[in-house]
Design a protein around this ligand. Structure first.
Ligand SMILES: [Mg+2]
Length: 372
């Protein structure tokens, strides 16, 4: 057996620039200037190390605590090969502590690290291990929120376009900001609108009606709460394609969302929903519904690699969300917001090779649990 010898969490807070004024993602939150990532590194008795990422951002302390204090002590010393069994042994006894949130985020990191190890043992990059053929992906630019500042929106849309991006997503909530972006690009460019759950069904329908003839590529998470799939289906009737899924974590909820005909583009998040194992199940399930899977990926650590490999493993590789921000240091060679293309090489596993010489000073905490 290849034993799990140690599990280390590494929480990194990386400063970034947005090319515009700084805001929080919610009015009540401080301006967002650093992006926190919770990484997991699993070392095994065959001398390998696998990497994963738990959803971080403002939840980083929670995800980190679950890894160090709950999951890692249950997992060290165990066999790392039988992934289905390891995950079931964590998920089932702990189900009462949350089917989403920090527990599922932490589990996502562990699962991804185990898949990284499995692909390394097969001497294959993960996307080939999962049955994919080409490591070439097209990315879409996911802009920060400029809180309705139409000049900043237009400038940054133009900047993204100048780097080659032809699909650009906003995190704005006002129609003037939507139109500023639409007017800054060519007709066949795609503008996506991620509004992050602000509206009632009636409000969302009103917005969707008003913009329905303007060719927006999708409207993402228009209503509160995100799990109101019937409400989402009502908004969808206005004719603007709907994207959602980053806040869904269980397979049953994904099924319900698709059965309710609420969604055109399904956006599961590998750092939230349960890692590679769950993503594979979601992608398979989605094959029997008229939806396109376009994973959520607003992060920069091993979760970015995991999403890229999953996207490349699909028969038709899906576009890879890439935060349109500039970090204080390049976290690794794969993250580059100045190009709309990405090629995964043949490095076995995830190929997460980070720039630790530079990243080191942005580590805000780290902990390790070892097998006795
Ligand atoms: Mg989103």
């Amino acid at each position: 057996m290849t034993k799990i010898q140690s599990i280390r969490s590494i929480r990194v807070s990386l400063p970034f620039e947005t090319g515009g004024p700084r805001h929080g993602m919610r009015p009540s939150l401080d301006a967002w200037t650093k992006m926190e990532c919770v990484m997991v590194r699993i070392k095994t008795s065959d001398g390998l190390e696998g990497w994963g990422e738990a959803f971080g951002h403002a939840m980083a302390p929670g995800s980190e605590a679950v890894i160090n204090q709950i999951l890692a002590p249950m997992l060290v010393g165990r066999d790392s090969v039988a992934i289905n069994h390891r995950i079931a042994e964590l998920e089932r006894p702990l189900h009462g502590l949350g089917r989403s949130g920090p527990l599922m985020y932490a589990l996502s990191a562990i699962d991804t690290a185990l898949w990284d190890l499995a692909a390394q043992r097969a001497h294959l990059p993960l996307y080939k291990f999962l049955g994919g053929e080409s490591g070439v992906l097209t990315k879409y630019a996911s802009l920060m929120r400029y809180r309705g500042n139409t000049d900043a929106v237009a400038q940054n849309v133009e900047r993204a376009r100048s780097y080659g991006f032809r699909t650009i997503k906003l995190h704005e909530t006002t129609i003037p900001a939507f139109r500023a972006a639409r007017n800054a690009v060519e007709l066949d460019d795609k503008i996506c609108l991620d509004v992050n759950c602000p509206w009632t069904i009636a409000e969302a329908r009103e917005v969707a009606q008003e913009i329905s003839e303007e060719g927006f590529h999708w409207l993402e998470e228009p209503i509160w709460p995100p799990e109101d799939f019937e409400g989402l289906a009502e908004v969808r009737l206005e004719g603007v394609p709907i994207s959602a899924g980053e806040n869904i974590t269980t397979l049953h909820e994904f099924k319900l969302a698709m059965e309710t005909e609420a969604i055109d583009n399904l956006q599961p998040s590998v750092t939230k929903c349960g890692g590679i194992s769950k993503m594979r199940k979601i992608i398979s399930l989605a094959e029997v519904y008229p939806v396109t899977v376009i994973p959520h990926c607003f992060y920069w650590g091993p979760g970015y690699h995991a999403t890229a490999h999953l996207a490349a493993s699909c028969l038709t590789p899906t576009p890879l969300e890439t935060a349109f921000i500039t970090f204080a240091v390049e976290p690794h060679k794969l993250f580059n917001s100045r190009s709309d293309q990405l090629t995964l090489d043949d490095t076995p596993g995830l190929g997460f090779i980070s720039n630790w010489d530079e990243l080191d000073k942005f580590i805000i905490s780290t902990d390790e649990v070892n097998a006795s």
